[in-house]
Design a binder for this molecule. Sequence first.
Ligand code: ZN
Length: 336
Amino acid sequence: MAQRAASADDPYAPAGAAGIHRIAIPTPFAVGRVNVYLIEDEPLTLVDAGPNSGTAFDELQRGLTRLGRSLEDIRLVILTHQHIDHLGLVSLVATRSGAEVTAIDVAVPFVENYALEAQAEDDFARRIMLRHGIPEDVASALQAVSQVFRGWGARAEVTRPLHDGEELRFRDRSLTTHHRPGHSPSDTVFHDRERRILIAGDHLLGHISSNPLITRPLDGSEARPQALVAYLESLRKTREMDVEIVLPGHGDPISNHRALIDERLALHERRAEKIHRLIAERPRSAYQLAQALWGNVAVTQAYLTLSEVLGHIDLLLCAGRAREVTRDGLAVFEAA
Ligand SMILES: [Zn+2]
């Protein structure tokens, strides 16, 4: 079958040599293209599928053709996490090819009941936003945006739920599944120990820091999850892994994961200190903290920046350096 010519300056050449080929699929989101990977092995496998749009589907098919394959050849689809830029086309690919779909067990209810779960997620986010001081009109505008984006996702049937630590066996390789929640509650990385390759989804990205979005817990509980706390714990586990190449969900491969993770850990520590100084000046809501840090951000960024602030507040809460108090129904944070 056709192999893509690997040039010396192609950052994906080493992955290609290991039979893993990147197809970059366009998305309507600020993050830009999403990486889908074709694993040339038995079963022939696609990792993630791109968002649910005609453009993305065309691009996926063109990418497969360039690699000498067609959609119908795919036998297995692996999902790295629940976000719609990765999940949207999974169902269509599986239907057209008859491929099995595999994902970490905790992701299954979300993936299989996508429409209901997405609505529950929006309701959850609205409660978080209002409790933390985001004005009602901003929360409503964000919900409208989210409704529009919802069509880029679609439900899929998971025919093979994976458990943390489970091996996925292929003819020429084996991938170990590791649950690494934080960026989303279902983030999963797949480790080829022999080749020292880690397929990482959005758990670790080279060009941007993965935002630990505050997401409704997958067990349906309504308590606010500590996404950044979970994320840092996941990063520390990944740091210990023996890995030479990390294949991310966006952008180029990462060759020195330990240095990058150390950078990310230091960045979050600095941000937590900055927030501690702000609440030591006077108690503030998370929305006020976001404004103090970034001014009036675009409406579409409001939930991202809120998640960012709350993540760092959680680090301070866990360290006993901040307290959450309720004033007029709003959460306010003060230094402890
Ligand atoms: Zn993601």
